[in-house]
Design a protein around this ligand. Structure first.
Ligand code: UD1
Ligand code: CA
Length: 467
């Protein structure tokens, strides 16, 4: 039986007070809507339809999923009106699951339970009991003939907060915004919606009373945790959900043996894979795809994005690694930081040392190479055991083009050297401190390129003239 999924994402999100469409605000580095699509992607739907409206173009460009299509809702006349726009895209038979684009942490398992509860013939609502239900649509149970709400009775309506009577407002079971319905019935009900309510909107939730009238069973399912059904309407709610999600990710990692010094001070915005015996100190941020081998230690306050870090690497505090599209690789046993910066295309072999205030970009460093202080290596090929002195840089850019610097094995570059690329330093060469090297340096020799030191014996310091 066909499964269709409709995700409502046309609303403005006024309380975010932002020009960005609400569903594009970021949670753990991905748009809210992308989280919903991620859960939806695991359900085997034939089609996923996202209803866009506010910022439609931006939203449509920012997310992706298999079998995804968009329909626009202009203007936005309510949740029922939103789903009406998707009707032409839905199959004739089967089940339609409706989700909210701003309720990001719904789990695929919960959605599956809702679809099962529907079973292609019942109307299934995802509900939750809230200590403070204000603002939500209430699940009204009991006798539709008017003997009032009865706890635990059959569902006969969802009453929107604004339309609810004082006694209905006491109900704590609320509609979360997710439902699964038989598609053929849903289409008929949607066509019959009216907007004769306080907000003059077409309420999707009015389909419940229609189902009851037709004798279609209305059933409910509950999420495993309240977090799954929390919506984002304000920056505060966004931050609260971020913390809940980060906590959940931290716990998942720790269950595999990763030692986080403080799971409350850990941020994963993407995929993080870790080997055994990994230690991560506080305030580290992992973005994109990061792979940490066995026995890796990450000091406090590191930001690491798109990088592969091999076994036994120690990354000292305040190190910034950003592989962007090219990636960064750090070989086994290497020591990085504190205050190091590895940029796209930095490829380090085993036992490389990169110390404080050293920047490496688009360069390969062979086994045992060291750049321990205040240096820049850009577009360079660095041989084994090279020692690259403090304050030395590759001048890799002539203002128009980038050029390579090739440094052979066992080269010793003194302090404060400028290597003007393209240039090659032969194996075992030594470069005297303070040299500007614009021509190749032969292997095994000392090359110095600076003016000779002179001392003037008769020289006198100037003295202040008397007035
Ligand atoms: C809705 C439910 C309410 C439920 C609550 C859960 C209705 C009538 N009410 O209320 O019972 O407790 O969600 O959060 O459905 N949207 C559109 N087009 C529109 C209107 C809304 O796409 O014309 C989208 C919004 O972007 C949002 C979702 O639908 O993603 C829900 O809309 P919202 O206005 O937040 O619904 P509530 O009034 O909170
Ligand atoms: Ca509303």
């Amino acid at each position: 039986m066909a499964l269709d999924i409709v995700i409502m994402a046309a609303g403005q999100g006024t309380r975010m007070k932002s020009k960005r469409p609400k569903v594009l605000h970021q949670l753990a580095g991905r748009p809210l809507l992308q989280h919903v699509l991620h859960a939806a992607a695991g359900l085997g739907a034939e089609g996923i339809v996202v209803i866009t409206g506010h910022g439609a173009e931006q939203v449509e460009a920012a997310v992706s999923a298999p079998h995804l299509s968009f329909v626009r809702q202009m203007p936005q006349l309510g949740t029922g009106h939103a789903v009406q726009q998707a009707v032409p895209k839905l199959h004739a038979e089967g089940t339609t699951l409706i989700l909210n684009g701003d309720v990001p942490l719904i789990e695929a398992a919960t959605a599956r339970a809702l679809i099962e509860a529907c079973g292609g013939m019942r109307l299934a609502l995802l509900t939750v009991d809230l200590a403070d239900p204000s603002g939500y649509g209430r699940i009204v149970r009991g006798d539709p003939a008017g003997r009032g709400a009865v706890e635990g009775g059959r569902v006969h309506a969802i009453r929107e907060h604004k339309d609810a009577s004082p006694s209905e407002r006491l109900i704590t079971e609320v509609y979360t915004g997710a439902m699964a319905a038989p598609t053929a019935l849903l289409k008929r009900w949607l066509a019959a919606l009216k907007n004769d309510n306080v907000q003059h909107e077409y309420y999707l939730t009015d389909v419940v009373a229609m189902a009851v009238n037709e004798g279609v069973p209305v059933v409910t399912a509950q999420p495993a945790s309240e977090t799954e059904v929390l919506g984002v309407n304000s920056p505060l709610q966004l931050a609260e959900l971020e913390r809940r999600l980060q906590r959940r990710q931290a716990e998942t990692l720790m269950e595999t043996g990763v030692r986080l010094v403080d799971p409350e001070r850990f941020d994963q915005r993407g995929e993080l894979r870790c080997g055994a015996d990994v230690d991560i100190d506080v305030n580290c941020i992992f973005e994109g795809t990061v792979v940490l081998g066995h026995d890796v230690r990450i000091g406090a306050n590191c930001v690491i994005r798109n990088a592969i870090i091999a076994d036994g690497v120690v990354i000292h505090p305040f190190t910034h690694i950003d592989g962007e599209a090219l990636g960064v690789r750090v070989g086994a046993g290497s020591l990085i930081g504190p205050f190091a910066r590895l940029r796209p295309g930095a490829v380090l072999a085993e036992d490389v040392h990169i110390g404080n205030f050293v920047e490496v970009k688009n360069s390969t460093l062979a086994r045992g190479a060291k750049a321990n202080h205040l240096a820049y290596l850009g577009d360079a090929t660095v041989g084994e055991r090279v020692n690259y002195g403090a304050g030395s840089i590759t001048a890799n850019y002539d203002g128009a083009n980038k050029h390579r610097t090739v440094i052979g094995a066992d080269v010793h570059v003194g302090s404060n050297c400028v290597l003007v690329a393209p240039v090659t330093l032969g194996d075992g060469a030594t470069i005297g401190g303070g040299s500007t090297i614009a021509k190749d340096a032969p292997a095994g020799q000392l090359t110095v390129a600076r003016s000779k030191q002179v001392s003037l014996a008769g020289w006198k310091r100037p003295v202040k003239k008397a007035k």
